[in-house]
Ligand binder design. Structure first.
Ligand code: FAD
Length: 289
């Protein structure tokens, strides 16, 4: 089954996890996954080593997701430090392990790097390479409702998005965007640019003050007034903050659904207890016993 076929019938529902650091045990993540499966996600994604780290663990986790038989496994993948040869090797290994969905990205450039230090400088080149050499993959690309942090303008960023879509992508997964109105304006812009692929919207749950601010700032995402209010009012008390943050996140999920999306993707942050509470309270999905 392909994620794109699911989205033809209904809004897809998915989670994202990340690999633990090499010196940390992997079992807690496997436990997290077991809890996330209870919500019957259509697919679960695993991030691919920011700055080229933890790459091996990405495969181990993607394989575990696939082998669970409970959902579709989608791997993130980047150009950072990757030659064509190493990309081919890794992509073949994913396919050999039953992983046929990929989010193809350039990746964030590590501090001090001017380029990817690999054979591809931008995501569109990677997408084209996958399409031509590994056609079994269903390819997603990243989209930025508040434009990519390095792009000079929306027009420029959307033109680049169009190029990577025309290279062979089948759907778009969005960067965190707390401002649903900005998302809606971006959707209008990309549709005008003749970008008509399904949109899987990433929701970053608001669980802790510092992480919320850090992630928004590093991605160049804005903090709208109602979120600023949560931070200002509850920021000094982690428990109150988490409660108010969950309310905020649930409201945001419903606003996105109202805005019209093809998929709802929860950045689970490897926190199954908080995510379980969020899901149960939202009523979006009920955990199976
Ligand atoms: P591109 O599409 O290549 O764009 C990068 C920048 O270059 C943009 O500013 C764009 O406008 C510009 N550009 C694009 N094409 C060209 C061109 N041909 N010429 C000139 N300029 C161009 N990072 C990780 O390291 N690991 C992950 O697992 C990961 N998961 C992510 C998941 C999601 C849902 C999202 C939205 C992002 C994720 N990222 C991850 C972050 C992502 O790698 C960064 O945002 C990265 O900086 C850009 O990747 P991209 O594929 O969007 O790049």
């Amino acid at each position: 089954m392909k994620v794109t076929d699911i989205m033809k019938k209904k809004m897809s529902f998915s989670f994202e996890v990340f690999p633990p650091k090499m010196d940390k045990p992997i079992e807690p993540l496997f436990e997290t996954l077991e809890h996330l499966y209870k919500f019957n996600p259509d697919f679960v994604t695993c991030t691919y080593g920011a700055g080229g780290t933890n790459v091996g663990r990405n495969l181990e986790i993607c394989k575990a997701i696939h082998d669970s038989g409970k959902t579709i496994s989608l791997t993130h993948f980047t150009c950072i430090g990757n030659t064509k040869e190493s990309i081919s090797e890794q992509l073949q290994t994913y396919l050999d392990n039953g992983i046929e969905h990929i989010l193809a990205m350039r990746g964030d450039l590590p501090a001090g790097w001017e380029g990817t230090r690999g054979d591809f400088g931008y995501a569109n080149e990677l997408v084209e390479f996958i399409r031509d050499n590994f056609p079994k993959f269903t390819i997603a690309v990243a989209g930025y409702p508040e434009k990519h942090v390095q792009a000079n303008s929306y027009a420029e960023d959307i033109a680049h998005l169009k190029v990577k879509i025309d290279a062979g992508a089948s759907f778009i997964m969005t960067q965190l965007c707390h401002d649903v109105d900005k998302y809606s304006r971006w959707v209008e812009r990309i549709r005008k640019a003749n970008i008509n692929l399904p949109l899987v919207v990433g929701i970053m749950p608001v669980f802790s003050k510092d992480a919320t601010i850090r992630m928004a700032v590093s991605n160049g995402s804005s903090i709208p007034g109602d979120l600023a209010e949560v931070i200002g009012r509850w920021g000094n008390n982690p428990e109150d903050f988490k409660r108010a943050g969950m309310d905020y996140t649930i409201n945001q999920i419903y606003r996105y659904i109202d805005a019209g999306i093809d998929g709802l993707h929860i950045y689970a942050l490897n926190k199954w207890k908080d995510v379980t509470e969020l899901m149960n309270r939202s009523g979006i999905r009920v955990a199976a016993e």
